[in-house]
Design a protein around this ligand. Structure first.
Ligand code: NG6
Ligand code: CA
Length: 520
């Protein structure tokens, strides 16, 4: 990996000790070195589409704060999540490893064990080595514990073992149990006399469900989501107890904002890394009452307006604390958009002319572009010049890139050091990228994308999204055909062969083994 020793006037290289010498302090740092490292904030939205943001062409919905980041920062038009669903996408973002290398990197239930091997290098572990305070606020969805979690005890391993000093999270998704916040491994507000039990197979006797008690629901389920009812919303999975600890859905955005703001204020005097994972616009969409009706587009639009407002408040905090010039903010989304993801919340009926995927084909769960090509903005006041970059970049590149920024050496396998691209001083992005959608993979190289043949329906009728499945190879030239309407596989045989060969090489040629990192 390329090292850039000058960029921030660094005088040191912190080595990740891979085999021997463990337990040594990664220091020998001159007094002022840490002060020169910028804070890093990654804001990861949940299911926000390429077309959901004004700066990316949305006209029917207003996102002034996202647009501000785009206008005053660097907006990537070819920025990708590695995957079109959450868990694999977040796995890649934090580890720099392609999710398809880990067979367990699929949408996880709330009871799944921690997906990330605690021996792996991660973005927060790497930044800790450079002296950063590290925190995560928001959606986790990467599993917790070792297979059986007692929600009434300290829950571990989890974010802490992945490298976060501080965590305030929801375990999985807003539509999955347990519907509680977990702070540093402890369920917040839990009454020991009302313990929580969670089960994804069987209901607890006498407990109402969305399936059997639709009269108790304030939002009706459309598909799935017919199990335990919490706050009038039926979820995926069954949960009993923990009454005092249950979150109030409508307050979730404010709660996470509060925690993110507190984190910034508490760590403003040292370099910090905050991974701030918003829950919007994933289902169930539960805007706070002050946002209901603000978009004219139903609940999905309203929670996007809410998320934008929350972002504005968070940026205000950075401004008030005088941190804007010293903070790199990356704004992105974990996967593409879906309008109906399982509840009758009016999103389909009220969508009007809004196109959540913008000019792209497909959406969440899809191998077509809208599954993984997402809003992707890098903002650093006074350091990144405003502009638009067409460089190909993926969230998987955060590990190697931020390691370069922090002066840490990592042995990255899939992650590319694109720090110069993020800073806008280079336009040379990746040459190729493997994207993933519910364990299927496709391949981008240059302006071309190739989707191998896959069995399965062309469209998921529940969510009404084209998945990318077809009986034959598909090949699209994105520069001329961003909307993937003209399959050139039958006519561009040589190109297709070249793409298949390069794809196979990456998929089989690289070791599936990951390098273990021992930190203590
Ligand atoms: C699906 C859920 C969907 C959403 C998704 C995960 C059903 C029918 N659908 O299984 O609502 O929760 O998982 O979304 O249960 S993600 O953004 O976290 O990947
Ligand atoms: Ca998601």
């Amino acid at each position: 990996m390329k090292m850039n020793g000058q960029r921030l006037g660094k005088f040191f290289v912190v080595m990740l000790i891979l085999a021997t010498g463990c337990g040594q302090k990664p220091v020998d740092q001159p007094e002022n070195t840490l002060e020169k490292l910028p804070n890093i904030v990654i804001i990861n939205m949940d299911d926000l589409g390429y077309g959901d943001v004004g700066a990316y062409g949305a006209t029917e919905i207003k996102t002034p704060h996202m647009d501000r980041l785009a206008k005053e920062g660097l907006r990537f038009t070819d920025g990708y999540a590695s995957s079109s669903t959450c868990t694999p996408s977040r796995y890649a973002l934090l580890t720099g490893i392609y999710p398809w290398r880990n067979k367990n990197a699929k949408i996880l239930p709330g009871t799944a064990p921690l997906l990330i091997d605690t021996a792996l290098v991660t973005v927060p572990k790497m930044l800790k080595k450079a002296g950063y305070a590290t925190g995560v606020v928001g959606k986790w969805h990467l599993g917790l514990g070792k297979g059986h979690v007692d929600w009434n005890q300290k829950i571990s391993p989890g974010p802490h073992e992945v490298g976060f000093d501080y965590s305030y999270i929801m375990a999985a998704t807003q539509d999955r149990v347990p519907t509680v916040y977990i702070e540093d491994g402890q369920v917040v507000g839990l009454d020991p006399n009302d313990p929580i039990t969670v089960n994804y197979q069987r209901n607890f006797e006498g407990e109402p469900t969305g399936k059997e008690n639709p009269e108790l629901l304030k939002i009706k389920w459309h598909h799935g989501h017919d199990q335990s009812i919490i706050n009038g919303i039926s979820r995926i999975g069954y949960m009993k107890g923990g009454e005092s600890a249950k979150w109030i859905d409508e307050d979730m955005a404010d709660t996470f904002l509060d925690k993110a703001n507190q984190y910034v204020k508490a760590h403003k005097n040292q370099p910090f890394f905050l991974y701030y994972a918003f829950q919007q616009p994933h289902v169930p969409r539960t805007p706070h009452p002050r946002f209901v009706g603000t978009s004219g587009m139903g609940a999905r639009g309203d929670v996007i307006v809410e998320a934008d407002w929350i972002l504005g408040k968070f940026l205000n905090t950075l401004e008030e604390e005088g941190l804007m010039e010293n903070t790199l903010i990356i704004f992105t989304s974990d996967n593409g958009p879906v309008v109906n993801d399982g509840y009758y919340d009016g999103a389909v009926e009220k969508l009007g002319n809004h196109l959540p995927s913008g000019p792209l084909r497909g959406g969440k769960y899809s191998l077509f572009e809208a599954g993984t090509r997402v809003p992707f903005i890098a903002y650093w006041k006074g350091k990144i010049n405003p502009g638009v970059s067409e460089a190909l970049i993926c969230q998987i590149d955060f590990l190697a890139s931020l390691a370069d920024l922090a002066g840490v050496e990592v042995n990255a396998q899939d992650s590319h050091n694109l720090m110069d691209v993020l800073l806008g001083t280079s336009k040379e992005g990746r040459e190729e990228l493997v994207i993933e959608a519910t364990t299927r993979t496709a391949f981008r190289k240059g302006d071309w994308v190739m989707i191998p043949p896959y069995e399965g329906p062309a469209i998921n009728p529940h969510v009404n999204i084209e998945l990318g499945n077809a009986g034959d190879y598909q090949l699209y030239h994105l520069k001329d055909d961003l909307g993937q309407q003209n399959n050139l596989a039958p006519s561009e045989k040589d190109k297709l062969e070249e793409m298949i060969a390069a794809f196979e090489k990456i998929k089989s040629g690289t070791s599936q083994e990951v390098e273990a990192l021992k930190l203590e």
